[in-house]
Design a protein around this ligand. Structure first.
Ligand code: M6R
Length: 610
């Protein structure tokens, strides 16, 4: 994820910016850069690659000293990792520099407008419109220009702005993307995260959405982007650096589970509308005509990404009425799949580098199939080789156990399936509307589930002593059960199996005995009674059942040993909620058993070998 660092004071800013950015390295990035106001004007140095590359560049072309500057580590979103796409970005006259975290949804229309006014764009990024936009409003008052520009921007942004004409000021704005202001003695800091500034100060202001800060050596003025003054409490950070890197969470996995409300917002942002066209996927090169020509779909992926594909299969079949096969990539590539130019192949990969998935992608292309990739990493091999890409905007995932990548893959599938259905005219508007509404409610609903983490923790501590566990469910619940089971195995080393609830009686029921823990998902109204019958079957054999159901189905509480009721949503969307308690269950079980949650034994984050 991108990182921001800003400094104003009396010390040379270059070293402070670089050291601050290094503290954000753990978040992942692909390029880095700084802009400093010096006696010779504003200087920008940036490069693709690690901060070490930037340092080498600065050794070759040393900067005149300057005590005001901004820096950035970029995780590519709009535009591949490259020198030109790296931040900071400047206006045409190179007088204003901007670093930005987030996504500007309306950047294309702004770019067109600014280009028509003469702005010269040099990058593929959405960020560059911000520097040109601010410049277009700048009549000698950078604060006012930033306020006017902020009003025009749609989407998520945390920005830091430096102006050569007013080098005694730094301006910071937050809208849906975190930003903090560090308070020192005669010096002040901007950081996208606490670790960036912790070496210098523990006193911070945490900006809220719609707020901005104007930093000088002598003080910090807080205001809204409309210019109304804001007063807020300083926050004293008492975490050490290791804890701060995880935003105060004990592990990256727990942090990433809690990142999900924001990751959902970012992934849906600019793609969903509460009216026609409902879904808009501007990045797709596939035309409606071409989309209508496909006769079948193959979804190919590994591990957790494959499990997202199982949900995607049901969404595409149900909404777009196309036959879909979902298969693990390591099998797919060797079984001579029946591929034609009328087959749409969707490959799913968080990293975009998984060897089996890549091989499947190449096999599909060799047979002339059109490949759409769902991935989290811009510039990854999968993203480069696919014909089309739908990015999940989850931000870097550091824990080996995938959480926010899975859930945002679900959202990408929902958006794609709705788009396909609309183009193929297989789903009436009266059905699309409630689905879109349900999707837009997800971020807040996920946040409300996360508030109940303690309920899951106590169940996790209960199962931590067991060696076997079952997950059961039907339809969408079965697809999610498979992901819950993988998560538990992967980090708690408890053996578990996911079973289609109706299939248990054909053999596996023999394994249920007194006290066997069973997690039963029953979120699907159409299948509810059937699932309840299966729950009865296991309980009659002594199983201890933890039920997960929608809040509409309170009667399940009296039928199981424990229950967690989820906020109600559209049944097809429920995996995006029901996976959250399963992730927490795996996490807390691993903690209770004393394992290294973020680095489970025998596993790697990215599997680049067959
Ligand atoms: O990077 P990818 O999404 O292609 O990775 C695929 C699997 O290796 C990955 O999802 C794996 O199953 C996770 N560690 C599970 O948490």
């Amino acid at each position: 994820m991108c990182g921001i660092m800003g400094y104003i004071g009396d010390k040379p800013s270059e070293r402070i910016l670089l050291e601050g950015l290094k503290k954000l390295e753990y978040r992942g990035y692909d390029s880095a850069g700084i802009a400093v106001c010096t006696e010779q004007g504003m200087k920008v140095v940036k490069t693709k690659g690690r901060i070490a590359e930037l340092e080498k560049l600065l050794q070759k072309q040393p900067l005149p000293s300057g005590a005001v500057g901004i820096g950035h580590t970029r995780w590519a979103t709009h535009g591949k990792p490259s020198d030109l796409n790296s931040h900071p970005h400047t206006d045409t006259h190179k007088q204003i520099s901007v670093v930005h975290n987030g996504i500007i949804e309306n950047y294309l229309e702004l770019k067109e407008e600014l280009a028509a006014q003469g702005a010269r764009f040099v990058s593929e990024t959405d960020t560059e419109v911000i520097s040109h936009l601010i410049a277009s409003y700048d009549e000698g008052d950078i604060v006012r220009a930033v306020q006017q520009a902020a009003k025009r921007l749609r989407g998520a942004f945390a920005i830091a702005v430096l102006s050569e004409r007013e080098p005694e000021k730094l301006v910071a704005v937050r809208q849906h993307s975190p930003l903090i202001i560090g308070l020192g003695e005669g010096e002040h800091f901007i950081g996208s995260d606490i670790p960036a500034i912790l070496e210098h100060t523990r006193d911070v202001y945490i900006l809220d959405d719609g707020e901005m800060a104007v930093l000088t050596r002598d003080g910090v003025d807080l205001m809204t982007t409309c210019g109304d003054p804001v007063t807020k409490q300083q926050f004293r950070v008492n975490w050490d650096l290791a804890v701060a890197e995880k935003a105060g969470f004990d592990h990256f996995m727990l942090k990433e589970i809690h990142d999900q409300p924001q990751a959902y917002r970012d992934t849906l942002s600019g793609r969903l509308f509460k009216g026609y066209p409902w879904v808009y996927l501007p990045e797709l090169k596939l035309t409606p005509e071409k989309l209508r020509q496909f006769r079948n779909v193959h979804i190919v992926a590994c591990g957790t990404a494959y499990h997202a594909g199982l949900v995607g299969k049901q969404a595409i079949e149900r909404w777009a009425r196309l036959p879909v096969e979902a298969e693990v990539a390591s099998e797919y590539r060797y079984r001579s799949p029946l591929l034609t130019p009328e087959t749409l192949v969707i490959v799913v990969s968080q990293s975009g580098e998984t060897a089996d998935t890549l091989a499947a992608l190449r096999e599909a292309k060799r047979h002339g199939a059109h490949v759409v990739a769902i991935t989290n990493v811009v510039g990854s091999t999968v993203a480069r080789e696919a014909d089309d890409v739908l990015f999940t905007w989850a931000g870097p995932e550091i824990s080996v156990a995938s959480t926010k990548a899975y859930s945002t893959q679900l959202l990408a599938f929902y958006a794609f399936a709705l788009h396909l259905a609309r183009v193929r005219d297989t789903l009436p508007d009266e059905e699309i509307g409630p689905i879109v509404l349900a999707l837009s409610r997800l971020p807040d609903q996920v946040a409300s589930i996360l508030e109940r983490a303690e309920e899951i923790r106590s169940y996790a501590e209960e199962i931590a002593g067991h060696e076997h566990l079952f997950f059961i469910g039907r339809g969408m619940d079965y697809a999610v059960a498979q992901e819950g089971s993988l998560k538990l195995k992967e980090i708690s080393y408890i053996h578990s199996e996911a079973y289609a609830a109706g299939e248990l009686k054909h053999g596996t029921l023999a394994l249920i005995e007194e006290g066997t823990p069973v997690v039963a998902l029953a979120t699907q109204p159409e299948l509810y009674e059937k699932t309840v019958s299966n729950i009865r079957e296991v309980m009659a054999r002594g199983a201890s059942v933890f039920g997960i159901a929608s809040e509409n189905t309170v009667d399940l509480a009296s039928r199981v040993d424990r229950i967690l009721l989820l906020p109600s949503t559209h049944p097809m969307i429920s995996p995006a909620l029901s996976v959250i308690p399963l992730q927490l269950l795996a996490y807390y079980a691993s903690v209770a058993r004393g394992f290294d949650v973020d680095k489970p034994r025998n596993l790697a984050k990215s599997v680049t070998v067959e």
